[in-house]
Ligand binder design. Structure first.
Ligand code: PLP
Length: 424
């Protein structure tokens, strides 16, 4: 098909994320991707500032990841997981347990981040029911969060500013504490800590679990917070028999400078969700890990009632094993630290640009918050003109590049962010 034909059929038939039909502005047609570059159908090459939404940490067409998929394809691309098991899934579970914070020993493989959050929440509700507290059916969180697009995850997304405010009258009514104040390095506020504890304690008898994104809230507003608040949540939830879930679907596998953001706080949750970068962005796969205590509680009462058709897909598990192998063997921490340095040096000066409300950088994440809603088509086009792929949203122009992005390409991404900020 010619690029024009692709666009014409796309416009007529294809629904894009968070879009109407037809979408407000046409998408860019991408033909191929290699290293950190996307090649558009018109021949332009863009440095990817998004890692395909946090996922492509090793870049595109990595030879090791390509080979992992091809090798696995020669054995089996998929078999059902009920009553069958296979080496790719088993190796992956073992590696995840080794990498995850100490104490998480059981792995449920899910087929997307949202589903892993569904599974995590189901684990918590089922655990409370199985251990004699069926009245504990609500979930606690803080505002500003994002946990996915299916219904239970939507109920713990930010209820006002977030993407799912339309559904307030349909979703289960959860318990919300205020957004954590400050940033990653700002000293914790005792008044906020007290409010957090109070919100949990007031509802302790009805809460099955508290779920948060540790350290970085992603699609709910790209806010960072001090790890201390995670320790506070750990203490208050443990004291009241409430389970703690960390959603590390965006932050997991090194993005914040630690393998898992939970490590900044030295805290192990009862359940951990991972996804996105798990397969290096190659295939859709996620997981919910839990402690033996959670698994024992559920299993004493019956089965965990969940089992997606594509659970444990061997191709996805094989490429996840290869991706985690690359992480373990390589200097991801050094690369992320170098990207952090490049983003800090390049983005901090944008504080002086009219319309910029805040700049924040942590690990391989750079955020420029504006004092107004971004004009998405204009901002995107301005970045593309600089040879950079970005996808701003709401009042945010942000980047989370692949870890293999070199300093010259980080500088190019910074130029793209600056252009998007000035145009948007
Ligand atoms: N949780 C967090 C923190 C996320 O960032 C996302 C996706 O952006 C999800 C859950 C949902 O994952 P998925 O889009 O794979 O369903």
């Amino acid at each position: 098909m010619t690029p024009e034909e692709i666009l014409a059929v796309d416009r007529r038939h294809v629904w894009h994320p968070y879009a109407a039909l037809p979408p407000a502005s046409p998408p860019y047609v991408v033909e191929s991707a290699e290293g950190v570059r996307l090649r558009l159908a018109d021949g332009r090459e863009l440095v990817d500032g998004m890692s395909s939404w946090w996922a492509a940490i090793h870049g595109y067409r990595h030879p090791v990841l390509d080979a992992a998929v091809t090798d696995q394809l020669g054995r089996m691309s998929h078999v059902m997981f009920g009553g069958l098991t296979h080496e790719p899934a088993v190796r992956l579970a073992q590696t995840l347990v080794e990498l995850a914070p100490e104490g998480l020993e059981h792995v449920f493989l899910a087929d997307s981040g949202s589903v892993s959050v569904e599974v995590a929440l189901k684990m918590c509700l089922q655990y409370q029911r199985a251990t004699g507290r069926p009245e504990r059916r609500r979930l606690g969180t803080w505002r500003g969060g994002y946990h996915g697009d299916t219904f239970h995850p939507m109920s713990v997304c930010d209820p006002e500013g977030g993407m799912h405010h339309l559904w307030g009258d349909v979703l289960p009514r959860q318990v919300f504490a205020p957004v954590p104040p400050g940033g990653f390095d700002t000293p914790p506020e005792p008044a906020y800590e007290a409010a957090l504890v109070e919100a949990v304690e007031r509802h302790a008898d009805e809460l099955a679990a508290v779920i948060v994104e540790p350290v970085v809230q992603g699609a709910g507003g790209m806010r960072f917070h001090h790890p201390h608040y995670l320790r506070v949540l750990r203490e208050v939830t443990r004291a009241h028999g409430i389970l703690l879930v960390f959603d590390e679907i965006a932050t997991g596998f090194g993005r914040t400078g630690a393998m898992f953001a939970a490590e900044h706080a030295g805290v192990t949750p009862d359940v951990l969700c991972v996804g996105k970068a798990l397969t290096g962005g190659y295939l859709t796969l996620a997981a919910a890990l839990c402690t033996p205590e959670v698994a024992r509680g559920i299993s004493a009462d019956g089965v965990l009632a969940h089992g997606p058709t594509f659970m444990g897909n061997p191709l996805a598990c094989a490429v996840a094993n290869a991706s985690l192998g690359l992480l373990r063997a390589g200097n991801w921490a050094g690369r992320v630290a170098e990207i952090q340095e490049g983003l800090r040096a390049g983005l901090e000066p944008l504080r002086g640009v009219p319309g910029v409300a805040d700049v924040r950088v942590l690990g391989a994440i750079g955020v420029v918050q504006l004092d107004h809603e971004v004009d998405l088509p204009r901002a995107t086009a301005a970045a593309v003109a600089q040879g950079v792929w970005l996808r701003p949203f709401r009042d945010l122009v942000y980047t989370m590049p692949p870890y293999v992005t070199d300093p010259a390409d980080v500088a190019r991404i910074v130029a793209g962010v600056e252009a998007a900020v000035k145009a948007g």
